[in-house]
Design a protein around this ligand. Structure first.
Ligand code: GDP
Length: 429
């Protein structure tokens, strides 16, 4: 059975660690959306790896990693990442495949990203300014350039005219210095020799691999509440981070997905703008940020931190069809006297137990909390559920009750072996 692992909150849930942990059970790890704005931090034997575009499965010898059509690819960022991991002794030769249908991020996308964010002023979204949003805009606007298009070496063929048209559009928008279409074209042509050997019909490749009995893990980037359709729009990313994205982003039918695991932190964080009902701006927020090291893996930005939001995770269970949770960073709560869990929102005097679709309404919501006792002894590094302090077990059980699904995995530290894999829920992973 194939497994999809995705974020059940606002991203940065620790998906990288969970994907890395489960990878030995699979032959292939496939990314289906997002770009190099994602930042997966993985610690292996004390060494830190930060992967942005390449699935973290690459750190395991023999695993094939796939970048699907739903991803937007900045070839230079991809090469930089390949060089970086090569420098750390990871050989990706022959193990990385890129869809010919993935859209390419070009230099003007990065500029347009900065420009669009500046124009939004007070209503800024807090993007990473890496050109990802504008590349997706071009995709939906049907003027994008796809990886497979880069094969066209003719002087005045479809690639050259698409680049010229897009650069001309950029020059009309960005008033200061004109960008040279010839220069962009020359840069684009330069990446092809290195990119070419990686380019594949990913849908066909995966279809055949699955038919031959290979197991695939689908790796989501960002998180459910950042999904372009189901997140807190407009404070979202430009792609479908939810489970449906795995089918469209790789060219597979929904039945190929198998089980869906939602990764959720034992508390809540969010980077960038937008509503975060359980946000703690005071001492608790600071405590979670420092203990959890809640600073963006891609940008270093401090993350906004707050209590566990059961309404948000329950919503993730619904829109993704989650089978089980992987709860991460339980150890970050070690030593807190009491813990709050948000079980509903109070909006204009009404109690909501489901996530409202209207972002403005959500912004005005107050969390309704349930208080649970904290635990005195540390959970860090514990590998068996029964060895957790009773209060920590009760906390996890409350998360299971409020979400309606089991916590198959509980992470108690950043290392691979700081993990509880619960035998009774093994069937989900
Ligand atoms: P991702 O994008 O969802 O993979 O999340 P990030 O990589 O941005 O953030 C996860 C961070 O938390 C990384 O630095 C991980 O090493 C770390 N981490 C993951 N699980 C745990 C855990 O259970 N406890 C602690 N203390 N750190 C963890």
């Amino acid at each position: 059975m194939n497994v999809c692992v995705l974020g059940a909150q606002w991203g940065d849930e620790g998906k990288g660690k969970i994907v890395d942990l489960l990878t030995p059970r699979f032959s292939i790890v496939a990314r289906y959306q997002g770009g190099h704005n994602a930042g997966h931090t993985v610690y292996v034997r004390g060494r830190k790896f930060v992967l942005h575009l390449i699935p973290s499965g690459i750190l395991h010898p023999g695993i094939i990693c796939v970048i699907g059509n739903g991803v937007v690819v900045d070839p230079l960022a991809l090469f930089a990442e390949l060089d970086e991991i090569a420098g750390m002794g990871v050989d990706a030769t022959g193990r990385l495949l890129v869809s010919d249908k993935a859209h390419v991020i070009l230099p003007y996308h990065r500029e347009l990203d900065v420009l669009a964010e500046a124009r939004r002023g007070e209503r800024k979204i807090g993007t990473t300014s890496r050109g990802i949003g504008p590349a997706y805009e071009d995709k939906i606007g049907r003027r994008g350039i796809r990886v497979g298009d880069l094969a066209d070496a003719s002087i005045d063929g479809p690639l050259a005219s698409a680049v010229r048209e897009n650069v001309a559009a950029r020059n009309r928008l960005v008033g200061n210095v004109d960008m040279s279409a010839d220069q962009v074209l020359a840069d684009v042509r330069r990446v092809w020799p290195r990119l070419h050997p990686l380019v594949t019909d990913v849908s066909l490749y995966l279809h055949r691999a699955i038919a031959a009995g290979q197991r695939v893990m689908f790796e989501g980037a960002q998180g459910t509440l950042l999904d372009i359709d189901h997140g807190t729009y407009p404070f979202v990313t430009s792609s479908n981070a939810t489970a449906g994205g795995a089918a469209t982003g790789l060219g597979l039918g929904p039945r190929a997905i198998g089980t869906v695991i939602g990764v959720a932190k034992a508390y809540t964080t969010r980077v960038g703008e937008g509503p975060l009902p359980t946000e703690q701006t005071g001492e608790i927020g600071e405590r979670l940020r420092e203990t959890g090291q809640e600073y963006g893996a891609s940008t270093g930005r401090p993350r906004r931190c707050g209590w566990y939001d059961a309404v948000a995770v329950r919503y993730a269970v619904r829109v993704n069809g989650l089978d089980a949770l992987a709860i991460t960073k339980l150890d970050v709560l070690d030593g807190l006297e009491t813990l709050e869990v948000c079980t509903a929102y109070r909006c204009n005097g009404t109690i909501l137990t489901e996530m409202p679709g209207d972002t403005a309404q959500l912004t005005g919501c107050e969390p309704v909390y349930e208080t649970l006792p904290g635990w005195k002894t540390p959970t860090r590094g514990i590998t068996e559920f029964e060895k957790l302090p009773a209060e920590a077990q009760a906390y996890v059980r409350r998360i299971e009750e409020t979400s309606g699904i089991p916590a198959a995995i509980i992470s108690t530290g950043s290392e691979r072996d700081h993990t509880i894999l619960r035998k009774e829920f093994e069937k989900f992973v």
